[in-house]
Design a protein around this ligand. Structure first.
Ligand code: SME
Length: 158
């Protein structure tokens, strides 16, 4: 079996597990903590896995697993802000080549950032995953992590 099939199989099992776990609580913070913990411990090469909340012109750290991270990310700088401002998933094969990349931990080498949207489409946070390996993330990760962040969506009034 090729590495894409292995990754797809792993994500598929993780997705099913998360779907069951999400049904147990509609508290978004609890869901985010669960997503970060499951992804971090079940996926290969996930060195830092967590969320940043969008608060006015700040990105503020939320539930995460991995080494201690920056608490706030300066407006407009780095991969997380690029994802928010472009309103899409950003995959970075080599963080050292990304202008303005914010290195919370010098061991990070590649990164993926996926917007977290409420049901009305509003971006409320991002899911950020760093790897200590170059090129750890690709279209397969973008697709599955997009589906997984979709499990977090609540109606805007919740
Ligand atoms: N590298 C991110 C900052 C967050 S840490 O990776 C946990 C960025 O450039 O936005």
């Amino acid at each position: 079996m090729g590495s894409i099939e292995l990754k797809n199989g792993r994500y598929s099992r993780v997705f099913n597990q998360l779907e069951e776990l999400m049904a147990k609580s509609d508290d978004q913070l609890a869901r985010m903590a669960t997503v970060a913990a499951i992804l971090h411990h079940k996926m290969d090469g996930f060195f830092w896995t967590g969320f940043y909340f969008l608060r006015d012109k700040k990105l503020v750290v939320g539930p995460y697993q991995g080494p201690v991270a920056c608490q706030e990310l300066e407006y407009g700088k780095g991969v997380c802000w690029a994802s928010v401002l472009r309103e899409r998933t950003v995959v970075v094969e080599n963080v050292h080549e990304f202008p303005g990349h914010i290195a919370c931990d010098a061991r990070s080498k590649s990164e993926i950032v996926v917007p977290v949207r409420q049901k009305n489409g509003e971006i409320i946070a991002v899911l950020d995953v760093d790897s200590a390996k170059y090129g750890n993330f690709d279209y397969t990760d973008a697709e599955w992590l997009g589906k997984i962040t979709g499990l977090l969506a609540l109606p805007p009034s919740s």
